[in-house]
Write a protein that binds this ligand. Structure first.
Ligand code: SF4
Length: 445
């Protein structure tokens, strides 16, 4: 069987959600706001990992999410300068490329204010533009690189910036009562993180010199809870065949739910949900001729979101769900009580998909595969992200054993394009699609 037929197959493109274009404008407006922060006299906090941004936004502190900056540079194909600067400084290529890119930005930023003070940088070069931090907060689930990245940033800035660390413990899930959102370990871990978030608020109060505006946080979390419900409802509708939106649409929708200003996010997901509902009604798919339904495991390669969406569309393959998009980012809105949201926020930070022991993680992934009726799984082994790649062989093995579906693994990276090998992806996905065809023939016989 020849899956990769040329014309007119080659002309097929992903039928992207129109509403996700709004996300592009929201993202641009947000970064413009960040770049202006110092002129506007705002305090700036750099942070990585968990979405602690509502705590900062409520206190009128400008927030900079390191991964988001690296992802934005990669999506615009402007990450090269930052990565080169980081390598010149001694950060090796195997270091998480989110961290490497962001640290390159920190080094550039320091050079301009130190050795090169007075230099006029190129305004199109985004490596230097981040406002330097007045504080750093680290709240990374599981990954030790994430946790150390903030310490490295602190060193780049001469260890003069106050730093606060929130420890999000790995959920071992080994006690008899343990499970997803249940058991003694879950409750104790939730309490442990909740207590630290209250301490983090004291740290914020010390920086601003003002009492913390809890009412603003409550109102923001009510909006985030609603936005999250809308997003999950829209995702759920993608169980329809053909799926009205794909994993790649949900990748584009990560910034709004994860780190953009809260005002506007609820409206954005209302628009997305309305479009998804309309598509279900019209029988319109994210892939024009959906023939295969796939699950995507692994973190995204931000240089290639649209490009991969089109590539899978050419194979008539709709990537209907993924670990990165469907298991994170205010994933459990019902845990958030808008009048007392801190515990629910702590719990949402804990259920990041690289913070669970393998049995819980794999069980959740298999559940998604069943719900979305996938025919196969494509696994992105991100070269510089061990946290996501660690369990991938076990995930593939379980998908074969429990669901009987084929899987294919390809190498790439979050923001370093050089690790991506197009031919490997092509040959492995085509082999997997052939295996799916074979399985269908056997079942039909
Ligand atoms: S290695 Fe992976 S999980 Fe860790 S900071 Fe980088 S992208 Fe995040």
């Amino acid at each position: 069987m020849n899956i990769a037929v040329k014309s007119p197959f080659e002309e097929k493109k992903a039928n992207k959600l129109q509403s996700t274009r709004i996300a592009g404008k929201l993202v641009n407006d947000y970064w413009e706001m960040v770049w202006r922060a110092k002129e506007e006299g705002k305090l700036v906090c750099w942070y990585e990992g968990s979405a602690i941004n509502p705590f900062l936004e409520a206190a009128d502190i400008c927030w900079v999410h390191g991964e988001a900056y690296s992802a934005m540079l990669a999506a615009r194909h402007q990450e090269g300068t930052a990565q080169r600067v980081a390598e010149e400084r001694g950060y090796m290529r195997e270091l998480c490329s989110y961290a490497r890119t962001h640290l390159g930005c920190a080094v550039s930023n320091q050079r301009l204010r130190g050795d090169n003070a007075g230099a006029t940088p190129d305004d199109d070069d985004l490596t230097w533009k981040l406002p330097p931090p007045d504080m750093i907060i680290s709240a990374y689930a599981y990954c030790s690189t994430g946790q150390q990245w903030d310490e490295m940033t602190s060193r780049v800035f001469g260890k003069k910036i106050p730093i606060f660390n929130v420890s999000l413990p790995w959920i071992w899930g080994s006690k008899p009562d343990a499970g997803y959102l249940r058991g003694q370990e879950w409750e104790e871990t939730s309490t442990y993180v909740e207590r630290q978030l209250f301490d983090m608020v004291k740290f914020i109060e010390e920086r601003t010199g003002k009492p913390y505006p809890w009412d603003r946080l409550y109102s923001m979390m009510a909006d985030i809870r609603r936005a999250s419900e809308l997003r999950l409802e829209a995702m759920e509708l993608c169980t329809a065949q053909p799926a009205p939106a794909s994993f790649f649409d949900w990748v584009v929708s990560i910034a709004p739910i994860n780190n953009l200003p809260v005002a506007g996010v609820k409206d954005y997901f209302e628009t997305v949900l309305a479009e998804v509902k309309q598509r279900v009604k019209d029988g319109e798919g994210a892939v024009p001729d959906e023939k295969y339904r796939l699950f995507f495991d692994g973190i995204m390669n931000w240089n290639k979101v649209g490009w991969l969406a089109n590539k899978f569309a050419k194979w008539d393959a709709s990537v209907v769900a993924g670990r990165y998009t469907h298991m994170a980012f205010w994933q459990e809105p019902s845990l958030i009580d808008p009048n007392a949201p801190v515990r629910g926020m702590a719990q949402n930070y804990l259920i990041c998909p690289n913070n669970h022991a393998a049995p819980i993680l794999i069980d959740l992934i298999m559940g998604l595969c069943r719900k979305f009726k996938v025919d196969g799984m494509v696994i992105h082994a991100s070269r510089t992200c061990r946290a996501f790649t660690n369990p991938q062989f076990m995930i593939a093995d379980t998908a074969h054993k429990q669901l009987g579906i084929p899987t294919s693994m390809f190498e790439g990276d979050v923001t370093d394009e050089s690790f991506y090998k197009d031919e490997l992806l092509n040959s492995r996905v085509e082999a997997m699609l052939e295996a799916i065809e074979h399985r269908r023939m056997v079942h039909a016989a």
